[in-house]
Design a protein around this ligand. Structure first.
Ligand code: ADP
Ligand code: ZN
Ligand code: ZN
Length: 737
């Protein structure tokens, strides 16, 4: 190879999706025009034995590279002619990489849909639309009476005086083709936003609280602010979102709306489509790669004004950023639980700050963090205190089941309540957060229990499939017919799952329509939607389900909600449990009595005096939150401190602990008395899928002390010889301990 003076030349620093906290230096491709490259453009580069798609982060003088220039390789190909990520996008991703201490290349990859990660071209397939030609406007539809379908379609165009997308008129494809051939219709690029007709007419007049909320968000449209909109289900939060969005659209701004669950998007999408006349896209994991590419590019290039998506939509670049809305902000699905463990809520706020735009968080049960931020005047609280329209709040009842006979978890008074409800022709909803038939099988003869061989957990009985299944590692086997230990004892189910309650209900309420909603019954594609439809059209008497029921679905005819087992949520090692239980109770209760019937919410408990329950029910969610925050403050727990959890696992029983002990030593050496080191201890489930699990918790009163320590220690942790024997990950602001 000929040597030349390389120091005056430029090299590119590239983010590559590998778990290393660094960028990689490359020479530009041979003969690449020097000024054409910009940060945010994708390239392919030789990496190890293969090629990878990376993103150019920086162009710099070769003499500034810390790598031996003679060993640098050339970029193989430049994939984009323009940056896909703006400077602001890159700035956010940089920040997220530092904040979560996660490799920059992997963080950047998260921002892209799969197709772009794979190096597919960033070309937006524009969908065309169809409109009348001059000839079409002047032709009497009756002239086409020999072709009635064409006649009808022409009339539709003439009467509506608007253009249609193919999707709108897909069922008239043949007629469309003929009208195009006759020159009555023309295919044209989709219209850009028509600012005179952004919103379709609606009849809702905001009530005073809504008006206050709307005005307050609108007044900060062009600057950063965080508003927390608290209102029970049905209080009109979505209406507030829509009126605020409508204002943003007047300024031709784009709006990103995030939801915790895919299953909630169709409802909201439908309401938005009815309301807004602007291009809108959805982005979530049920979409295939090309649909997601289309949605992503539509927002990035500015052709869509609204994106509705789940957590993964958060990083989508916006051409004209205007507003970010997060609905159900308390929901833990906003936190990614593997790989790059970011909180979509927290990053959304960081993003809005960088973009200088407002964020609107909504929930009936705001997270303690967000309420804490309200008290610190970082967020503005906007309240909707009553239900919009004419629906009224449900009545709560604590049902003390101590010493009461239970029929598979159902007390007599509850059974009577269900009967009365059904007799009135109304629906009852029963909640139990445990799927399967029974959480464990036990031998009455010798006490054998159905443990999972690979986890510290029991295998759950799934009676209809006659199987035992571990819900943690997926292991399964057929239901034993005789006790594997003593061979003679009688095997019995212990405890309750939704499948077992379903069986009991079928016996108690013969002839009634019962729908069970849990992960087992809704696995099939479209099953959940079909059940929801069945419930909403009144073809269900009893609805039984798991936490799926707590997630925003509207069941207007439900007037009785029963939470069968409150107690199992009251005693947990995780300090988040109380908050989650309270949210769950209020959320499930929110499903009741939405239309004209007042709802009742019954909580079966053996702890009727438990302060969590009494506070929540007598004084409401906010009072609960205040007392829970008080407890956290006394205990020095988040949000009054900041945590990072180092998790590790290995198939070797000793390795995880040895690794964490080595980490502790490093922490000692970088001594920082502002950070508490708790552990190493075994994880709440010490063994899962054959892996031994340990964890170490770091906690500081000030975020910067914690991050400073991590910055010092992590580069050394990576190099530990003990690290090679385990897998480990760091979780900043963990929500699951
Ligand atoms: P949330 O999002 O808080 O559950 P929604 O915005 O969906 O509440 O409102 C609940 C119901 O009340 C909807 O049917 C909605 O159309 C209606 N609604 C909302 N705001 C008003 C209002 N100002 N006047 C009359 N009805 C309203
Ligand atoms: Zn036995
Ligand atoms: Zn298991």
């Amino acid at each position: 190879m000929a040597k030349c003076d390389t120091s005056a030349k430029l090299i590119w620093q590239i983010a590559i999706p590998v778990p290393l906290e660094r960028l990689f230096d490359y020479w530009p491709p041979e003969h690449y025009p020097l000024n054409s490259i910009q940060p945010g453009m994708r390239v392919t580069v030789p990496f190890g034995k293969s090629h990878k798609v990376g993103v150019v982060m920086r162009v710099m003088k070769a003499s500034d590279s810390s790598v031996d220039l003679n060993r640098l390789k050339h970029v193989a190909q430049v994939l984009d002619t323009e940056p896909l990520l703006s400077t602001k996008d890159l700035q956010l991703l940089h920040w997220a990489s530092r904040y979560y201490h996660h490799a920059i290349g992997e963080v950047i990859a998260t921002a892209f849909p799969v197709a772009l990660r794979q190096g597919k071209p960033a070309v937006l397939q524009r969908e065309n639309c169809y409109g009348l030609t001059k000839l079409g406007r002047n032709t009497e539809p009756a002239q086409l009476k020999r072709a009635p379908k064409q006649q009808a379609l022409l009339a539709v165009f003439q009467n509506s005086q608007q253009t249609f997308e193919l999707a709108d008129i897909a069922e008239h494809k043949a007629a469309l083709k003929s009208l195009l051939e006759k020159g009555l219709l023309i295919e044209q690029p989709r219209q850009t936003v028509d600012t005179d007709r952004l919103e379709k007419p609606v009849g809702l007049v905001a009530n005073p609280e809504q008006l206050h909320a709307i005005d307050s968000v609108i007044s900060s449209l062009h600057r950063f602010s965080v508003s927390l909109l608290q209102g029970v289900t049905g209080s009109g939060k979505t209406e507030v979102y829509m009126q605020v969005i409508s204002e943003a659209l007047q300024y031709n701004l784009q709006v990103l709306v995030l939801l915790p669950e895919i299953t909630l998007t169709p409802q909201l999408e439908q309401r938005f489509r009815q309301r807004f006349n602007v291009p809108m896209v959805c982005f979530h994991s049920k979409f295939n790669d090309s649909q997601r590419l289309h949605a992503w590019l539509s927002l990035q290039q500015g052709s869509a004004s609204i994106m509705l998506g789940t957590r993964s939509a958060l990083f989508t670049p916006m051409q004209r950023p205007g507003l970010i809305i997060l609905d159900e902000e308390h929901d833990s699905s906003f936190k990614q639980q593997e790989g790059f463990r970011f909180s979509a809520r927290d990053v959304a706020i960081a993003r809005a700050k960088m973009l200088n735009i407002p964020v609107l968080l909504g929930s009936a049960t705001p997270s303690l963090e967000s309420l804490f931020n309200v008290t610190r005047q970082r967020y503005q609280l906007l309240e909707l205190s009553s239900r919009a329209g004419n629906a009224i709040e449900p009545v709560f009842q604590i049902l003390d089941i101590r010493n009461k006979p239970l029929q598979d978890g159902l007390s007599e008074p509850l059974i009577t309540e269900i009967q009365t409800t059904l007799a009135r022709g109304q629906q009852a909803l029963l909640f139990l957060n445990r799927r399967g038939y029974a959480p464990v099988q036990i031998c009455h003869g010798c006490g054998w229990v159905s443990r999972c061989g690979r986890c510290d957990a029991n295998m759950v009985i799934h009676a209809s499939e006659r199987r035992l299944r571990c819900h943690h590692c997926g292991a399964e086997q057929s239901l034993p017919k005789q006790c594997p230990a003593c061979k003679t004892g009688e095997l019995q189910p212990l405890g309750l799952g939704t499948e077992r309650i379903e069986q009991t209900l079928t016996v108690l309420f013969p002839g009634k329509n019962l729908i069970r909603l849990d992960r087992d019954t809704t696995q099939r594609k479209g099953a959940l939607e079909a059940y929801l439809e069945q419930i909403n059209s009144g073809h269900a008497d009893i609805i039984l389900g798991t936490q799926m029921l707590a997630k925003g679905h509207h069941f207007p005819d439900v007037t009785l909600v029963a939470i069968l087992d409150v107690d199992s949520g009251l005693f947990s090692v995780d300090f988040h449990a109380g908050e989650k239980l309270a949210q769950m109770i209020v959320q499930v209760a929110g499903r009741a009595g939405r239309a004209n019937n007042r709802g009742r919410v019954v909580l079966q408990t053996r702890q009727p005096q438990h302060p969590l329950l009494t506070t929540l029910i007598d004084k409401g969610y906010r009072a609960f939150a205040e007392s829970a925050l008080q407890e956290r403050k006394l205990a020095g727990l988040p949000p009054y401190s900041h945590q990072a959890l180092l998790r590790t696992h290995a198939s070797d029983a000793q390795a995880p602990q040895a690794f964490l002990q080595a980490v502790c030593q490093l922490l000692q050496q970088n001594k920082n008395d502002k950070t508490l080191v708790l552990g190493p201890v075994s994880a709440p489930m010490a063994r899962r899928a054959g892996q031994f699990r340990f964890q170490l918790l770091l906690q500081s009163a000030h975020r910067k002390d914690l991050h400073h320590l991590l910055d010092l220690v992590l580069p050394q942790v990576v190099k530990l010889k003990e690290a090679k024997k385990v897998r480990w990950s760091l979780d900043i602001d963990p929500v699951d301990l």
